[in-house]
Structure formats: structure tokens, C-alpha cells
Design a protein around this ligand. Structure first.
Ligand SMILES: Nc1ncnc2c1ncn2[C@@H]1O[C@H](COP(=O)(O)OP(=O)(O)O)[C@@H](O)[C@H]1O
Ligand SMILES: [Mg+2]
Length: 560
């Protein structure tokens, strides 16, 4: 007896739907991409109950005629490609002709459309069947409404993350779509409240401000370069403003938002020398290239692409970003680094390991009076940032900020022994400046946070924290924890505090460009002398640099 049956269209579509439209955000992505492909210049998105009750997208694009309004919902029905060759030169965002069919199989859909110089019309589907159609009056363009999403696939509903995650995912996809099309005016209305809006005036700076907030525009750097027919445009937010995760990096290829690990890594590498460890930059990179060099037909969601020239691309991206971020200040720093390395090697008391980590040894050695910083006389300050000293061996420069960081770091570390976790309960929930992604993350890992003494209420507001963490450091400590969990590290109090100490010390340190009084200089140097590792700041940058008399004389060609 033959047991194999071909699935009917509806069942096949429901199965495919699992891949194309797994959550409300992916439906919004598909529908907005359709509007973009229809040359819309205005796209308005309306959401009710995180998209489960209703998703409505209104565009002013070219629309569909009455026949196509029905054909559009058939599986593999598309106006965008027709031959195999077309597959190698895809310029539209859609091409697989399966999104509408998939959406239809898991929701109730109404589509209204009006093309130029013709009448408006509508179709209404339920249970994948046409239940009504006719004329309708509307502006030129298309309005598609998705109701009761996943009503017939309860398992899918169950797999949705918390309301909070779904909402965060919707906002995230909105941001990426808006960033990839500065010429389109987008708006997002959630539960009848306008949440986000862009102007569509091609002004990328105003767009970035709309999406990331105005503070990122400070020190933003841009590039626009073309090599072997590939155009790279970048908007590099200052490395001073970073995130604990990679999601601040947005990459487009020919206007398509993509997820691509090697290219994302190239962006991070370009930023590397300016970033603190475990921090990631915010940047937008737009790649324009011949579609022929690109395969976007890898996954139904079309988020992945394969570049035929990936390694050159990576190299170019990394070096362009590096060069864009480097300014003259940093070029001079390179010279110093050369000198610094040779000098540091000379110092017989310098330890091999530059990056100080908390360990038992610290307690024993911190009290001994090893003379690590030589006796020297203060001769003044340079640029209110570097303290200058001299002795019979030569000239010393101390970076006051780096030195203060080191001193504070060791101070905090020394305080961190034998901690017992006691939670301080807060009467009023603490307001923390965390991103929506952070809150989602906390929600998903609430146990680990509770273990260390961080207690949140049902709205992810902090209502208790470990007693050894000061209010001002709460945000930092939570971000640190997110990072550790994300990197699959075991989360321990010691580790958290060690990491935190590096940050706290950095924050508490004297800001560069502050002129220190003689008393402050003396106090800083005497504390630095007592540090276990006075030569680097907790992030590994040097605190002290020495130019020997010999080197100075060589620079003046007095000796060879
Ligand atoms: N907003 C829209 N405006 C005009 N045409 C649309 C719109 N949405 C969908 N269509 C038409 O419906 C077709 C099917 O859409 P879809 O299932 O998403 O497949 P694809 O985008 O891969 O072609 C599209 O090729 C397009 O012709
Ligand atoms: Mg599509």
C-alpha cells in the first residue's frame, strides 16, 4: 500500500510559514519589504497587541491590480523574477514569492490596493480562503492588514517569547528597515501610540538621530569609498559610545539589511584599538555592489547573504574603518608606542603580564615596599593630561587618567575580599538606563541575576541589589553580568566585582584635561608607587612612559 501523499497547498504553506514568518517582527519585515519593492516613499506601520491582534502596513507604492491582488497570495507567485538568470541579479528585496502565501496560512488577511488612474479594490481571506472582495476607496498604494496571527497554530504562539521580546524585536526590525532606506518616510504606531518616525529626507544624520538618539552624533565619522566596483559607506559612531553586544552594528547590502558574522567582525576589528575589552561599537555600514557577486538565496528570511569576494571585502572594511577613526592625535601615539616598548623592556622590575588580574598573590605583595616607580622630580604638566618628571636617567610622562584608573582599581579590588551576598531591598524601584534588549535579556536569565542578589519586579524594574554595589554602579554591574552570561562564562561575585572594578576605577578617575595641583600630583604618585602593577591601567594601556637621555640625545643627533 502506498503511504506517501503529496501535501495540499494549505498544509505546505503552513509548514513553509514556520521558516519565513516565525514571529510578528518577521511578518513586518516581509510586508515592509514588499512596500519598499513597490517603490513606496511613505510606509506607516500600525501594531496592536505586539502584532498578534493586528499588523497593518499602509504604503503609497505602485499597488496591485484586481487580478494580482489575488495571485499575490499563491505560493511562489512573484512579480520580481521570472527566469533563472534573474536569480543571479536580484535588485529587489523579495523574490521568492512565498511571504504572502505563508502569512495567509497563519492569519486572517485583508488587502486593499489602488493603482494610479484606477479604482481601489479589496480582498479578504480567512482560513486561506477568499471570503470577500469588491471595490473600496483608498489612496493610491496598498494597505494590508493581518489579524489574529497564529490563531490556527497554537504551537507557534507558544514559542513566541515574552511580550517584551516581541515588542523589542519589532522595534529592532523597524530601526534596521528605516536605516536602510533614508529616502522613505517610516512611522511605527504601537497600540495607537506613535513610537517612532523618520523623515525620509535622505539626511542620514537626522535618521541616525531618530534611531539612536542625538548623543551619538557627537564625533560621528563617515566614509564613502569605492574600490573595484564596490562602494562602502559608513557612519561610525564614536568609540566612546559603545554597547555590550554586537547589535549596534547594522549592515546593508544593496539596501538589504543582512546578518553576517564575518563582516560584523571586520567592523569590530576596525574599531578594535579604540575599544575597551568586551565593548562593541555602534556603526552603520552600507555596501553597494553588483548583485552578481552576491547570493541572497540562502534562507527564506533573506537575512543571510554570501559574498563571492568576502576576504577582500573584510580587509577593506577593516582598514577603511581603522583609517577613518584614526586622527592625527593617534598617529603621534604610534611613535610613542615604539619608544615605550623598548623602554619598558629595559626596566628590570617590570612584570611580564601587563594586565593585572585579581589573585591571591595580590594580598601578599600589596604591602611590600618594592620600589617600582623611581625617584623623580615633577617638572610640570603637558596638555593638562600628562605629568612630566625627570631624574638622572631621563624624562618621564605619566598619563594622569591611566594612573588614577590603576590606583582606584587596586583600591576596589582590595575591598572585595570575602564577600557575602546580602540583598538591599529598595522601597522604590531603581530607574536604570538599560536598553530594551538588556531588559529582555535580564528577563530571560532572571535566575542568574537573583543568585547574585539582583531582584527585579514583574516589569523588570530593579527592586533589590547586592549590598556591596553602590547605586551609581548598578547599571554597570548589570551590563557586566549580561556580558558574562552572554559569553557563557560562569557568573561569580568575584568575577563581577573584578570586572566592575575596572569600570568603576575608570569612571571615578580624574578626567583627562584637568590640571592637577602639586598636592594632587604628589598624592597620585605616592598611591601609584604602592600599586602592585603601576605600569598599566586596568585596560592594559601604559600609565608611564620614559624617554632616556640617550634617546633624547639620539633624536637631536648628538649621538648615533
Ligand atoms: N505592498 C505591495 N505593493 C505592491 N505589490 C505588492 C505588495 N505586496 C506584495 N505585492 C505583490 O505581491 C507579490 C508577492 O509578494 P510576496 O509573497 O511577498 O513575494 P515576493 O516579495 O518574494 O515577490 C509581489 O511579488 C508583488 O508583486
Ligand atoms: Mg515579499
Amino acid at each position: 500500500m502506498s503511504v506517501i501523499k503529496q501535501m495540499d497547498e494549505k498544509l505546505a504553506n503552513m509548514i513553509a510559514a514556520g521558516e519565513v514568518v516565525e514571529r510578528p517582527a518577521s511578518i513586518i519585515k516581509e510586508l515592509v519589504e514588499n512596500s519598499i519593492d513597490a517603490n513606496a516613499t511613505t510606509i506607516d506601520i500600525f501594531i496592536l497587541n505586539n502584532g498578534l491582534k493586528e499588523i497593518k502596513i499602509v504604503d503609497n507604492g505602485i499597488g496591485l491590480n484586481e487580478v494580482d491582488a489575488q495571485k499575490a497570495f499563491l505560493r511562489h507567485a512573484t512579480s520580481k523574477i521570472s527566469t533563472e538568470q534573474d536569480l543571479t541579479r536580484i535588485k529587489t528585496l523579495g523574490f521568492r514569492g512565498e511571504a504572502l502565501a505563508a502569512i495567509l496560512s497563519v492569519s486572517k488577511v485583508t488587502l486593499k490596493s489602488r493603482q494610479k488612474n484606477s479604482n481601489g479594490h479589496y480582498v479578504k481571506y480567512e482560513d486561506s480562503k477568499l471570503i470577500a472582495s469588491g471595490v473600496d476607496s483608498l489612496n493610491e498604494g496598498t494597505e494590508i492588514t493581518i489579524n489574529d496571527l497564529f490563531y490556527n497554530t497554537p504551537a507557534r504562539l507558544k514559542y513566541l517569547k515574552s511580550e517584551f521580546s516581541e515588542r523589542a524585536a519589532i522595534i529592532d526590525i523597524f530601526d534596521r528597515l528605516a536605516l536602510s532606506h533614508p529616502n522613505i518616510r517610516f512611522s511605527l504606531t504601537i497600540d495607537e501610540k506613535l513610537v517612532k518616525e523618520t523623515y525620509g529626507n535622505e539626511d542620514y544624520f537626522s535618521l541616525i538621530r531618530q534611531i539612536y538618539g542625538s548623543n551619538v552624533l557627537r564625533d560621528i565619522k563617515t566614509f564613502d569609498e569605492t574600490f573595484s566596483n564596490i562602494n562602502l559607506k559608513g557612519y561610525l559612531i564614536s568609540p566612546q559610545i559603545t554597547r555590550s553586544r554586537r547589535n549596534g552594528i547594522t549592515i546593508f547590502v544593496n539596501g538589504r539589511y543582512i546578518k553576517n558574522f564575518p563582516i560584523t567582525q571586520a567592523v569590530i576589528n576596525g574599531y578594535q584599538q579604540f575599544l575597551m575589552t568586551n565593548r562593541y561599537p555602534i556603526a552603520v555600514l552600507s555596501i553597494g555592489m553588483d548583485p552578481y557577486l552576491l547570493d541572497v538565496n540562502i534562507h527564506p528570511q533573506k537575512l543571510e547573504v554570501k559574498f563571492s569576494n568576502e576576504s577582500i571585502l573584510k580587509y577593506q572594511i577593516e582598514s577603511i574603518i581603522k583609517n577613518t577613526l584614526i586622527d592625527t592625535k593617534h598617529k603621534i601615539a604610534e611613535n610613542i608606542e615604539v619608544i615605550d616598548r623598548t623602554i619598558l623592556k629595559d626596566e628590570k622590575y617590570i612584570k611580564e603580564s601587563l594586565d593585572f588580574e585579581y589573585n591571591e598573590e595580590f594580598r601578599e605583595t600589596s604591602n611590600n615596599n618594592l620600589q617600582k616607580i623611581p625617584e623623580m622630580d615633577y617638572i610640570g604638566n603637558l596638555a593638562s593630561t600628562y605629568l612630566m618628571f625627570q631624574n638622572e636617567d631621563g624624562l618621564y610622562l605619566i598619563d594622569q587618567h591611566a594612573a588614577e584608573e590603576r590606583v582606584n582599581y587596586e583600591y576596589y579590588i582590595s575591598k572585595l575580599n570575602d564577600l557575602e551576598i546580602i540583598t538591599n531591598n529598595l522601597l522604590i524601584p531603581e530607574h536604570l538606563n538599560l536598553t530594551k534588549e538588556d531588559l529582555v535579556f535580564i528577563n530571560n536569565h532572571i535566575k542568574q541575576f537573583n543568585q547574585l542578589g539582583f531582584i527585579f519586579n514583574s516589569e523588570t524594574k530593579l527592586i533589590g541589589h547586592p549590598n556591596f554595589i553602590l547605586n551609581k554602579d548598578l547599571e554597570d554591574s548589570i551590563t557586566k553580568m549580561i556580558l558574562m552570561i552572554e559569553n557563557d562564562e560562569e557568573v561569580t561575585t568575584q568575577k563581577l566585582l573584578n570586572d566592575l572594578a575596572k569600570d568603576i576605577s575608570c569612571k571615578a578617575s580624574i578626567k583627562a584635561n584637568k590640571r592637577l595641583s602639586l598636592q594632587e600630583v604628589n598624592s597620585l604618585i605616592s598611591r601609584l608607587r604602592r600599586a602592585k602593577n603601576p605600569y598599566t591601567c586596568p585596560h592594559g594601556r601604559p600609565t608611564i612612559i620614559k624617554l632616556t637621555h640617550y634617546q633624547i640625545e639620539r633624536m637631536f643627533r648628538r649621538v648615533v
